[in-house]
Design a protein around this ligand. Structure first.
Ligand SMILES: CC(=O)SCCNC(=O)CCNC(=O)[C@H](O)C(C)(C)COP(=O)(O)OP(=O)(O)OC[C@H]1O[C@@H](n2cnc3c(N)ncnc32)[C@H](O)[C@@H]1OP(=O)(O)O
Ligand SMILES: O=C([O-])CC(=O)C(=O)O
Length: 386
């Protein structure tokens, strides 16, 4: 019998030099650097550079990327018009997916798959996606667009464009940490989707649009939004026990817990939890922290399944003031760096990704009364031509 690997679980399909996820040591390296060290010391711009180029930037290289990012933040009128055509009820993941698609359709270099051109597109997406996400949240709130500020770094400016206020440094620091932690995670479902699309030699924008679709699901990136929905359902820490009794009895998945690769805890959670703690203190949000800790302790003790990165990042984005529906688009803004690094890596050493399947449908059968008429088949093109 064929050994079917459902969900490709445990299957190694290619090499990557971009990141190393090690569930045994509970560690995550980006191009060799522990992600915790990057989160503690680097701006997100430097980590984007690292993922694309393999090395951290020199001061000059960082200044060049920062200048590029700051000068490409403004949304072109056709992107704003495309977003405005979508209903206010559209999910923000649908909005960012559509806006990226429009950006790709408007780029005359879209079909140039050279590394040089793909790096340029990666930088463009890195600069533009924050404005798409920020504008969509504002329009849903009935607020006008806030123009970017080129005196602010990526994280401060993202928060500025979303809320129209300069963020406190505690908030901007936590946001920067979240972007770095979300940036890359080897062959996760959305990155693999991007690589499958890139393997057909389709353009980079198509691969990113497909990756956004894959990230949307609650088993993947959509879990950060789903965590907040369950917090809303539970209400307060004292309700956790009875809520979990019922949720587990009805075989519900508890969002923000579990992982395909990490089985003893997600390497990124302690760093994001520490960032969340700074926000809890800043916003004096003890009730939320109590709910967080109680649900984690109760679920882990019952099931031995640990939180993943979406568990601390959902409440962190909530405290920063983002709408729950905006959480997964924030993941897009971060992960576009990892996706595009993988698209370029796939292109540099490409093989069409096309696995096999084992057929288990009905045996061969035939249409009753059907008699092959080869003459008619042969004649038809000639008739059409005549
Ligand atoms: C950034 C990210 O994308 S991280 C992932 C974010 N996703 C979530 O938080 C959604 C909730 N978690 C899950 O659905 C899963 O843990 C996944 C999809 C992430 C990983 O799934 P897999 O590796 O395929 O493990 P699988 O789903 O087979 O789980 C193994 C067992 O643990 C249980 N389990 C795993 N996660 C959970 C959970 N969050 N709640 C309840 N039970 C769970 C499964 O029901 C299954 O139990 P069973 O053997 O009795 O059927
Ligand atoms: O690796 C995975 O399967 C999911 C994940 O944590 C990520 O994409 O960040």
């Amino acid at each position: 019998m064929t050994d079917i690997k459902k969900g490709l679980a445990g299957v190694v399909v290619d090499y990557t030099a971009i990141s190393k996820v090690n569930p045994d040591t509970n560690s995550l390296l980006y191009r060799g650097y522990p992600v915790q060290e990057l989160a503690a010391t680097q701006p997100f711009e430097a980590v984007a550079y690292l993922l694309w180029n393999g090395e951290l930037p020199t001061d000059e290289q960082l200044a060049e990327l920062v200048a590029y990012e700051r000068s490409h933040r403004t949304l072109d009128p056709e992107i704003i018009a495309a977003i405005d055509l979508l209903p206010l009820e559209a999910h923000p993941m649908d909005v960012v997916r559509t806006a990226v698609s429009v950006l790709g359709a408007s780029d005359p270099a879209a079909y140039d798959n050279s590394r040089e051109s793909d790096l340029e597109k990666s930088r463009l997406l890195f600069a533009k996606i924050p404005a798409m996400v920020a504008y969509d949240q504002r329009r849903r709130r009935g607020q006008g667009i806030v123009e970017p500020r080129d005196d602010l770094d990526y994280s401060h400016n993202f928060l500025w464009m979303t809320f129209g206020e300069e963020p406190d440094s505690v908030v901007a620091r936590a946001f920067n940490v979240s972007m770095i932690l979300y940036a890359e995670h080897s062959f996760n479902a959305s990155t693999f989707t991007a690589r499958v699309i890139a393997s057909t030699t389709a353009d980079l924008y198509s691969a990113v649009v497909g990756a956004i679709g894959a990230l949307k699901g609650p088993l993947h990136g959509g879990a950060n939004e789903a965590v907040m929905h369950i917090f809303d359902e539970i209400g307060t820490a004292s309700n956790v026990g009875p809520w979990l009794d019922e949720a587990l009895a009805s075989k519900r998945k508890i969002m923000g817990f579990g992982h395909r690769v990490y089985k003893h805890g997600d390497s990124r959670v302690p760093t994001m939890k520490a960032a969340l703690d700074t926000l809890v203190e800043h916003y004096d949000a003890q009730e939320l922290a109590e709910l967080y800790d109680t649900l984690e302790a109760d679920f882990v003790s019952r099931k031995g399944i640990y939180p993943n990165l979406d568990y601390p990042s959902g409440p962190a984005y909530h405290l920063m003031g983002f709408d729950t529906l905006t959480f997964t688009p924030l993941f897009v803004a971060a992960r576009v760096t990892g996706w595009t690094a993988h698209i370029m890596e796939q292109a540099a050493s490409n093989a069409l990704i096309r696995p096999l399947s084992e057929y288990n449908g009905v045996d061969e059968r035939h249409i009753e009364g059907y008699v092959p008429d080869f003459a008619a088949t042969v004649d038809r093109p000639a008739e059409a031509a005549g």
